[in-house]
Structures are given as structure tokens and as C-alpha cells.
Design a protein around this ligand. Structure first.
Ligand SMILES: [Zn+2]
Length: 170
């Protein structure tokens, strides 16, 4: 007799989703991004003249990537915050100067990482918000389509290639 009956697959998928990292960012995301169905349909999003319209599947794929990255970023932020907190605790009496210097450096490094992770997290969050609002793929500088291919490669992109190039030259 087989050990695993057919119902096995549907159970216990998202029990672990809840009660993770309690940073302000992840709380905000809870209400803003995840789980809500996009208000705008994929076919309404702008694409370049030589591109096919977005399909729901293509958009869902990009969205899933953004959400998976957000989950990973939240874990990184939590880990970095833990490292920072532990550094704070162990600092103090008994350290020689080199030790203290190394710890300060490590702490600053962790803080810089955390800052970058948060920044990326917010960029991902905004990309998903733009999907919901139906403005995903509009260049923030010139208002023209960013292009589906570019977004599939860089889902967080907010500028079309010419505008991005111009910005980088500045
Ligand atoms: Zn542009």
C-alpha cells in the first residue's frame, strides 16, 4: 500500500510565509504588494513598437522573480542586522585597538550591505506597485516604453536605455 495519498500535495504550503522578519519594510510590503491581483492587465502595459504585448504569464514570471528576490533580501537584511547587533554586544572592554578597528570595519560593512539590500527591496517593491498600477514599463524620464525585453532582463528598470545611458554619462 502506498504511503502517500493523493491529497498530500495541497497541504502546508505557506505556513512559514507569515511571521518572518518584522522590519518596517516587510510590514509595508504585506499590505502593498504580495498576493494582490494586478489591477491592470498585462496586455495594457506599454511595450516598444517592435515588441509583442506582455502576456499574463510573462508578467507573472517577472513578478514572481521580484517577489522571490524580496524574500531573499529580507533574509539578508535580517542576517546583517543580527550581525550588527551581535557586534554591538561584543564590543567594549578587553579589546585591543586592532580588534576594535576590525569590528568597526565589519560593522560598517554590514551596515552598508543592509543599506543596499533595503534599497533593492524598495526598488522591487516599487516595480510590483507599478505592475499593479498599470504603469510598469514607462520610462520615468521620457515617458516612452522601457521595452519588454529590457524589463525581462532587468525587472527593476525605471529608465529606457537611452535615458539610462544619458544618466550614466552625467
Ligand atoms: Zn526614457
Amino acid at each position: 500500500m502506498p504511503a502517500v495519498p493523493a491529497e498530500q500535495t495541497s497541504a502546508a504550503t505557506s505556513a512559514t510565509e507569515k511571521g518572518r522578519a518584522s522590519s518596517a519594510v516587510s510590514k509595508r510590503r504585506g499590505t502593498a504588494a504580495r498576493g494582490r491581483r494586478p489591477a491592470a492587465s498585462a496586455a495594457e502595459l506599454p511595450v516598444r513598437g517592435d515588441e509583442e504585448r506582455w502576456t499574463e504569464a510573462e508578467l507573472a514570471e517577472v513578478r514572481t522573480r521580484l517577489e522571490a528576490e524580496m524574500t531573499a533580501l529580507e533574509a539578508e537584511i535580517a542576517a546583517a542586522e543580527t550581525a550588527i547587533a551581535q557586534g554591538d554586544v561584543s564590543e567594549g572592554a578587553g579589546d585591543d585597538q586592532a580588534d576594535t578597528g576590525a569590528k568597526t570595519y565589519a560593522r560598517e560593512h554590514e551596515m552598508a550591505l543592509t543599506h543596499n539590500f533595503r534599497d533593492l527591496l524598495i526598488q522591487n517593491e516599487r516595480a510590483i506597485e507599478r505592475m499593479d498600477a498599470g504603469t510598469y514599463g514607462i520610462c520615468e524620464s521620457c515617458g516612452k516604453p522601457i521595452g519588454k525585453a529590457r524589463l525581462q532582463a532587468f525587472p527593476r528598470a525605471t529608465l529606457c536605455v537611452p535615458c539610462k545611458t544619458r544618466e550614466e554619462r552625467r
